[in-house]
Write a new protein. Structure first.
Length: 199
């Protein structure tokens, strides 16, 4: 049974640690020290729902109806490209590169963006619902313990990423560093969006 827990933790951590739209957003919020706990909590709770759905058998349902993933794919692609363009504009405008100049973002706005980056990304469904769900169900009686391990990895990752990013705040005190970060985020988001659209 303990092996199921460890396997769930390891598999989940391997999947979510890759730099993606969601991780880039959590990192940015962490560096800005804005609504970090709320963002990490939204990401973790979303993973709880998705992983539980996969273990409960919704991965089979998604594979049976690929049209639903197609809708999510194009919606997610459009959102990612749009968010990438916003990040590119931030990178090109020095006046909006530091938290003190930009002012705090509203909590609702941040949470809506976080939810969109999470739920409009079809890779999230493939990784959590389909892949982690399938891996969990291979453990039969230990499948929910696998899920606990997977969810624990998600919580550890998102809270560590968000809160750990605060240590980089000194580095991001200069507009040039923000320009580089937002440039990387813009390129990543637009690249991910285009790869989704033309996959």
């Amino acid at each position: 049974m303990t092996s199921s827990l460890v396997m769930g933790f390891s598999a989940s951590l391997a999947l979510i640690a890759a730099i993606g739209a969601q991780n880039a957003f959590v990192l940015r919020q962490g560096i800005r020290r804005e609504h970090v706990l709320a963002v990490a909590a939204v990401c973790t709770v979303s993973d709880v729902v998705l992983i539980a759905a996969g273990i409960a058998g919704f991965g089979v349902l998604i594979r049976a109806h690929p049209g639903a993933l197609e809708v999510a794919r194009f919606g997610g692609a459009a959102f990612l490209v749009g968010y990438g363009i916003i990040a590119a504009r931030r990178a090109l405008r020095p006046s909006a590169l530091t938290p003190s100049e930009e002012g705090p973002s509203r909590l609702l706005e941040v949470l809506v963006t976080c939810l969109a980056l999470t739920w409009l990304n079809p890779h999230v469904y493939l990784d959590t619902v389909v892949l982690l769900g399938a891996l969990a169900n291979e453990h039969r009686d230990g499948r929910w313990l696998f899920g606990v391990g997977a969810v624990t990895a998600s919580a550890v990752w998102f809270f560590s990423l968000g809160l750990g990013a605060r240590r980089l705040a000194g580095l991001f005190a200069t507009p040039m560093t923000w320009r580089v970060l937002d440039g990387v985020i813009a390129a990543s988001m637009i690249g991910l969006g285009l790869s989704l659209a033309f996959a």
